[in-house]
Write a protein that binds this ligand. Structure first.
Ligand SMILES: Cc1cc2nc3c(=O)[nH]c(=O)nc-3n(C[C@H](O)[C@H](O)[C@H](O)COP(=O)(O)OP(=O)(O)OC[C@H]3O[C@@H](n4cnc5c(N)ncnc54)[C@H](O)[C@@H]3O)c2cc1C
Length: 322
């Protein structure tokens, strides 16, 4: 969700129903309250969802892009999280309106001569629409889908019906870990690999792709930030909020987001780890020091926007469009 996307109005969608998709995974089906068609999307897209508590969380669209009447999400319950997934699992959402932005896609299918899809656990959500699209076309593809137990793995029947023998479902308790070497060795250079799942799986796939395939062959979607290195947030700086003219001091050890929230309580944020893009803010003057994993290198070099949850300043003053 870029700051340009944020300027677009959010829409309210009706939770038509919630359904149990697997152990710990709740399906959420959204429709337009007036029955209008929903904006089109492609495999890999996600929504930014504002929960009744005001928390913002992101969820991949796992349904069929050809169905313009509903969006389907699959949400894993994460008891150790900060409460967003718990809220979805425990609040009576059916019949309520939820504010959403998007769809937004930073994980689109690019043209390739072959596809290897690798999903771990709830990482299947953006991959399923890819399977649907690839299964309807001529290009060869395979899916390797791992999970802790068979009953925790969502969309198994749908995947098997769509992909047949191209789909390998590998529950860890009975079949062990995914055989990544077998899946990734000996592939043509024109293969595109798509991976979504836990950080450890993404890292293992990344290591093999670095060794075996040309740079750029691997496409990943992360649901949580990779382990952060030191952020070097020792220096103080000033932030000017251009719209209100306020100038605030950001001391060492305090995040820019924290300081900004005191003056602008409505500022949008979500992951607080620099990976989801929700708090992307336009920089009007000064040089941001980026610590996020959301912006590309060239976006970071341009210095025109930043993630204020983890970013700081290289100049003594930073002027933000807030
Ligand atoms: C583009 C995108 C698409 C997504 N799609 C889906 C999807 O389809 N389905 C789905 O279930 N989720 C998806 N997510 C993740 C989702 O947005 C939420 O993060 C998730 O539901 C957990 O929310 P939470 O508030 O319960 O936990 P969060 O607080 O967001 O925590 C998430 C995980 O991070 C860990 N964590 C939290 N805080 C810390 C910390 N300070 N230090 C270390 N670890 C920490 C928690 O243990 C937890 O496992 C997606 C995220 C993104 C960015």
């Amino acid at each position: 969700m870029t700051y340009e996307d944020r300027a677009r109005p959010a829409r309210k969608l009706l939770v038509r129903e919630t359904v149990r998709e697997a152990d710990g995974v709740l399906g959420v089906v959204l429709t337009d309250p007036q029955g209008a068609d929903l904006p089109a999307w492609g495999p890999g897209a996600h929504l930014e969802v504002c929960l009744p508590s005001g928390r913002i969380r992101h969820y991949s669209l796992s349904g069929d892009p050809a169905d313009r009447t509903t969006y389907r999400l699959g949400v894993l319950r994460e008891p150790d999280g900060r409460g967003g997934s718990e809220e979805i699992h425990t609040a009576p959402l059916a019949g309520r309106l939820l504010e959403v932005r998007g769809p937004l896609n930073r994980f689109p299918l690019v043209p390739a001569d072959r596809y290897v899809l690798i999903a771990g656990g709830i990482g299947i959500t953006p991959i399923l629409p890819m399977v649907r699209q690839l299964a309807a076309g001529p290009v060869p593809w395979t899916l390797l889908y791992g999970g802790r137990t068979l009953t925790s793995m969502a969309y198994r029947d749908e995947l098997a019906a769509l992909g047949g023998r191209n789909v390998s479902i590998v529950p860890q308790d009975s079949h062990g870990l995914l055989d990544l070497d077998h899946a990734l060795e000996g592939l043509p250079d024109t293969t595109a690999v798509y991976c979504c799942g836990p950080g450890g799986l993404i890292q293992a796939v990344q290591e093999r792709c670095d060794r075996l395939l040309p740079a750029g062959s691997l496409h990943v979607e992360r649901f949580t930030a990779p382990a952060a290195g030191p952020r070097g947030d020792t220096g103080a700086f000033e932030v000017e909020l251009r719209r209100s003219g306020q100038v605030l001091n950001v001391p060492p050890g305090r995040s820019l987001l924290d300081v900004v929230r005191e003056a602008v309580p409505s500022v949008a944020f979500s992951c607080e780890e620099g990976m989801c893009g929700t708090c992307e803010t336009k920089v009007l003057d000064g040089v941001p020091e980026h610590h996020d994993t959301f912006l590309s290198d060239s976006e970071k070099r341009s210095g025109t926007s930043m993630m204020i949850c983890v970013g700081r300043s290289r100049t003594s003053r930073l002027v933000l469009d807030l």
